[in-house]
Design a protein around this ligand. Structure first.
Ligand SMILES: CCCCCCCCCCCCCC(=O)CC(=O)SCCNC(=O)CCNC(=O)[C@H](O)C(C)(C)COP(=O)(O)OP(=O)(O)OC[C@H]1O[C@@H](n2cnc3c(N)ncnc32)[C@H](O)[C@@H]1OP(=O)(O)O
Ligand SMILES: NC(=O)C1=CN([C@@H]2O[C@H](COP(=O)(O)OP(=O)(O)OC[C@H]3O[C@@H](n4cnc5c(N)ncnc54)[C@H](O)[C@@H]3O)[C@@H](O)[C@H]2O)C=CC1
Length: 717
């Protein structure tokens, strides 16, 4: 709804009221229509101010209403009504003006913003475009290049940046509503005719064709296969080339296509899934809303390699004092330099001073005695980590939380080395740790709710989306990666090439196919893990393609034995112009190697098509996701999907693997898995899991109902 009052004698004040972000629900839209009518028909009122309750102008359309038929007044004529008002209307922008909220402000004749307010048109992240005139008004107000940037990236700008762009008329550091009321008084006698943005000509640009071509290329590269960014560019092109009314018609057509697309549904699901994972619970019944996190003022990071450096930066940027510890002298020197320059770059981007004084470095463990939390990021070696946890347990003050950044080792084993296993949790970051938004918080069987709450909260402070997961090999993300990678290797054995597999996966929307990704992260990483798992030993009398009773592909190991570790050595699944080179080229040597391998193992290459690559890689991964749900390692499909979109570059417009399974149809996923498992009975990961069967038997319910079919795991506390 919206509240109305008359202030300072002649200003009609409309306050949007729909906590927490004053989203434009049907009731709010009706409220705006009614209160605007009141203001315009009150002869004492000379000008109008629109603001939002509780310091937030408006978070945009109410996304929850998108899944049901429209009720209440539609937004486009509502904004048109504001713009065509005969009395000046001023938007008082505090907190946020996003999506439909900013579109409403664009319909006002003046915009006053707090310098710290955040303004933006983030619809592209919801699979939409600014479809309430935003794609037509914004370029008219701030020019085409700036509008392209804001609309296709969906990025927020501060009030201060908005002023520079010409998006707002004034910024203030004082009370925005008071300033807007003063402003409204000052323009009360000025007819708003010349202030209607829809009547502005779109500022000219010397080479529109090149501008739009460049923009189209960029959005296609950034989000392969996503419809919304492309539609955003098309709508802005309409603004630049057509009269307003025709541009609006084009905006409406494009919006209608997006609105009904599966992609918009997927991205809106992802929006709510990201928020839902914050409402974690543990098998014991401990929950996010009843558990108080411990205070973390000072933390220690142990091991300053790839991960430790990023983790230290993320902690410092979150305001935590850090002691960064490393035993290798050269690494320590390099880490100091790398961390300082990451902090400096980050501070420059955010327009603040780098908090270099928040971090100090150490050769030894002594400072552990005085910290609230430790994050260990040494080599992935259980014996080494165990020793470290023993030392920490003896050194740290009572109550210090002990966390490991292990990618998949048993958190319970680490906890068992300590005097207080309840203080131990996994904090699994993703590289680069100061950039990637995902954090898997791994609770072991003895982790206390407070330890989980502390890690979840610390993740949030670092700007991450934290997902609580149970303890098993590889947790959620890496556990699901295993069958996916395995299928890719098997497909090579059976007749295809890395280029073809990657092309199929990149067309699906992944930023990188599995082989390019593997070259980037280093083939030796998986090799070391397989070695530790005893998978490199061929049992006597068995084929090299069978290990521990199951089908196994030794291809990755054979490349590593030749020193082909990927990009860093200039050779891997592809060839590069030099070690560290970035451009992957098909490698004739690799093709010959694959042929030799097939001959040696009596394999006859067959034609593998697009469908088989996609289904075998993705369905095997989803199948593991169903198993993870069955085992109670993830609380629900949303948790898995958030992990995959934020941590493994699963395309957001496909929602995540579990959501995608629902889109494809669970029945179809089941049938295809059955088919592939019949063809390859020696690959257990292709055997459809029970939960998938159960869901199909129960009529393939939508993804938000799957939790009803999950067993309640036994309490592990
Ligand atoms: C056949 C069809 C034909 C169609 C024809 C087409 C014609 C269409 C005409 C016009 C359509 C107009 C469409 C439009 O206006 C487009 C939009 O406005 S889309 C929405 C754009 N806005 C956003 O994307 C903002 C989303 N929100 C945020 O980014 C953050 O929430 C925000 C920065 C505002 C605040 O962040 P923070 O403080 O961190 O809080 P939370 O994120 O945790 O949010 C708190 C709480 O609020 C819920 N929420 C936030 N925004 C919205 C929203 N816009 N709608 C509904 N709910 C929202 C959020 O989910 C949290 O609640 P939980 O319960 O925790 O989930
Ligand atoms: N690299 C990645 O993408 C990811 C790695 N991880 C995990 O993070 C951990 C670290 O991985 P990386 O940073 O890649 O390794 P890394 O090899 O880059 O760095 C490890 C660092 O630990 C230091 N170190 C070894 N023993 C130590 C000790 N006793 N005390 C202090 N420092 C010691 C080494 O000198 C080295 O600098 C591993 O458990 C890994 O599985 C988790 C997520 C992603």
């Amino acid at each position: 709804m919206a509240q109305y009052s008359r202030v300072s004698g002649t200003v009609g004040l409309i306050t949007l009221l729909n906590p927490p972000v004053n989203a434009l629900s049907a009731a709010v839209r009706q409220g705006i229509v009614d209160t605007l009518d009141k203001a315009l028909s009150d002869r004492k009122v000379k000008s109008v101010v629109i603001c939002g309750h509780n310091g937030k102008f408006c978070g945009g359309a109410d996304i929850r209403e998108f899944s049901s038929p429209l009720t209440g007044p539609p937004l486009i004529p509502l904004i048109q009504g504001v713009e065509s008002a005969a009395k000046p209307v001023v938007a008082a922008i505090d907190g946020v003006a996003l999506g439909g909220g900013l579109e409403l402000a664009l319909g006002c004749h003046y915009r006053i913003a707090h310098s710290k307010a955040r303004l933006g048109l983030p619809e592209v992240h919801l699979g939409l475009l600014p479809g309430a005139g935003g794609s037509q008004r914004l370029p008219r107000l701030i020019g085409v290049p700036a509008a392209l940037d804001l609309i296709t990236t969906g990025r927020h700008v501060t009030g201060a940046e908005a002023l520079q762009l010409g998006l707002v008329d004034k910024v203030t550091d004082r009370n925005t509503v008071d300033e807007a009321v003063k402003f409204a008084l000052s323009v009360a006698d000025q007819p708003p005719n010349s202030r209607r943005v829809s009547t502005f000509p779109c500022p000219r640009h010397p080479d529109l064709d090149a501008l739009f071509e460049g923009a189209m290329q960029r959005v296609r590269q950034r989000a392969r296969g996503a419809l919304a960014p492309v539609a955003c560019v098309q709508a802005i092109r309409a603004a630049a080339t057509l009269p307003y009314a025709q541009g609006m018609e084009r905006e409406r057509e494009l919006m209608a296509t997006l609105f009904t697309s599966g992609q918009a549904r997927a991205q809106q699901y992802h929006f709510f899934a990201q928020r839902a994972v914050g409402r974690w619970s543990m098998p014991s019944g401990a929950r996010w809303d009843t558990t108080k996190p411990g205070a973390v003022h000072k933390a220690m990071v142990i091991g300053l390699g790839t991960m430790g450096r990023g983790i230290s930066v993320a902690l410092v940027q979150a305001g935590v004092s850090v002691v960064a510890m490393e035993t290798n002298e050269k690494q320590l020197m390099e880490a100091k330099q790398a961390i300082s320059s990451m902090l400096e770059r980050g501070a420059k981007r955010r327009g603040v001073a780098p908090a270099l004084d928040k971090i100090r470095y150490s050769w030894n463990m002594e400072p552990a005695a005085d910290v609230d939390l430790v994050i260990e990021a040494v080599f992935e070696d259980m014996a080494l980590k165990k020793k470290l946890f023993q030392q920490l347990s003896a050194l740290c003050k009572p109550g210090t939380f002990l966390c490991s950044n292990t990618s998949g080792l048993d958190v319970d084993q680490l906890a068992s080395e300590t005097r207080h296993p309840e203080l131990v949790v996994g904090m699994h970051f993703f590289a680069p740790a100061h950039v990637m938004k995902l954090l898997e918080v791994v609770y072991g069987s003895r982790s206390s709710p407070q330890a989980v709450a502390t890690a979840m909260e610390l993740g949030k402070r670092m700007g991450k989306v934290s997902v609580a997961v149970g303890n098993c090999r590889g947790f959620v993300g890496n556990r699901m990666l295993k069958p996916y990678l395995e299928q890719a290797f098997f497909l090579l054995e059976e007749g295809t090439t890395p280029e073809f597999v990657d092309q199929v996966l990149e067309e699906f929307g992944f930023a990188m196919g599995v082989f390019r990704m593997s070259d980037l992260s280093g083939l030796d990483v998986g090799w070391r893990v397989r070695k530790a798992d005893g998978l490199l030993n061929v049992s006597e009398g068995h084929s090299a393609r069978i290990r521990q009773g199951c089908r196994y592909s030794p291809l990755g190991d054979l490349l590593c034995e030749q020193g082909r570790f990927g990009q860093k050595t200039g050779r891997g699944w592809y060839q590069y112009d030099k070690p560290g080179g970035r451009v992957a080229k098909p490698d004739p040597w690799l093709h010959g190697f694959l042929e030799k391998f097939r001959t040696q193992h009596g394999l006859v290459a067959h034609r593998i098509d697009h469908q088989e690559v996609l289904e075998r890689c993705l369905y095997a991964l989803m199948n593991e996701g169903f198993r993870i749900l069955e085992d109670g390692i993830a609380a629900g499909p949303e948790d898995i999907d958030v992990i995959y979109v934020l941590g493994y570059s699963w395309p957001p417009h496909r929602g995540g693997p579990m959501f995608y399974a629902g889109m494809v149809g669970l029945q179809k996923v089941l049938e295809r898995l059955e088919h592939y498992h019949q063809e390859h009975p020696d690959i257990p990961s292709l055997k459809p899991c029970n939960l998938l069967r159960k869901l199909v038997v129960n009529g393939s319910p939508p993804v938000h109902k799957w939790r009803e079919f999950l067993k309640k795991p036994q309490s592990q506390l």
